[in-house]
Design a protein around this ligand. Structure first.
Ligand SMILES: C[S@@+](CC[C@H](N)C(=O)[O-])C[C@H]1O[C@@H](n2cnc3c(N)ncnc32)[C@H](O)[C@@H]1O
Length: 196
């Protein structure tokens, strides 16, 4: 993964995975259907949850495809394609995917508006996005602290912003979404839909 050895990222994430992320990933990713695009798969934390009977094909795009993802042993029968590229310039035709998945990605995409406009473009009408992101909690007492530590955090965490308002950006880009917030509103996960 860009910025970290896979093992360091996985160790850092282990408590989050154990206490809540794994459960949410499982629930969301199992709902992915049809032609699926996953953006920023990282070390492949979602890959074991895709369902053989529901997914027709899986395309994974990331800045760099990690060895862990390349060597992942898919127990499923659908074709899997790996592409190195960016969310802000998705190399796909308009309306070519039924589902897009991203988890903990738009905190570090340099231009999140452009990235989510691209997601909207390549999704079919009524296509769905399954996502988990950490976001600005929007709490008066906490937010100034989050804004204060973000520049330092960005330097040590491969460009990750702690203060992104990704739910607002989803709306701005045309999605409606149903979201659950968790861990004191620092995280949000759910489904966004391209209604046309
Ligand atoms: C924090 S990791 C999350 C990995 C994984 N999705 C997870 O849930 O653990 C962020 C991922 O987003 C990818 N990423 C960052 N900026 C990106 C961009 N502009 N386009 C595509 N992927 C990007 C990184 O390469 C990395 O794989």
């Amino acid at each position: 993964m860009v910025g970290f050895p896979d093992v360091v990222y996985d160790l850092f994430m282990a408590p989050f995975e154990f206490f809540f992320l794994r459960r949410i990933r499982k629930k969301l990713i199992r709902s992915a259907t049809g032609t699926v695009l996953e953006i920023g798969a990282g070390t492949g934390a979602n890959l074991s949850y895709y369902q053989r009977d529901a997914v027709n094909s899986l395309t994974i795009i990331d800045l760099e495809i990690s060895d862990k993802v390349k060597n992942f042993h898919f127990k499923t029968g659908f074709p899997v394609k790996f592409i190195e590229g960016t969310a802000e310039k998705l190399p796909f035709e308009d309306e070519s995917f039924d589902t897009v998945v991203f988890t903990l990605v738009f905190c570090s995409v340099p231009d999140p508006v452009r990235g989510l406009q691209e997601v909207y473009r390549i999704l079919k009408p009524n296509g769905k996005v399954y996502f988990i992101e950490h976001i600005l909690p929007e709490k008066k007492l906490i937010d100034p602290v989050v804004h204060f530590i973000t520049p330092a955090w960005k330097k040590i965490a491969a460009g990750c912003y702690l203060n992104r308002k990704t739910l607002d950006v989803l709306k701005e880009c045309g999605f409606t979404h149903t979201t659950t917030r968790f861990l004191s509103d620092f995280f949000a996960g759910g489904v966004a839909e391209k209604i046309v």
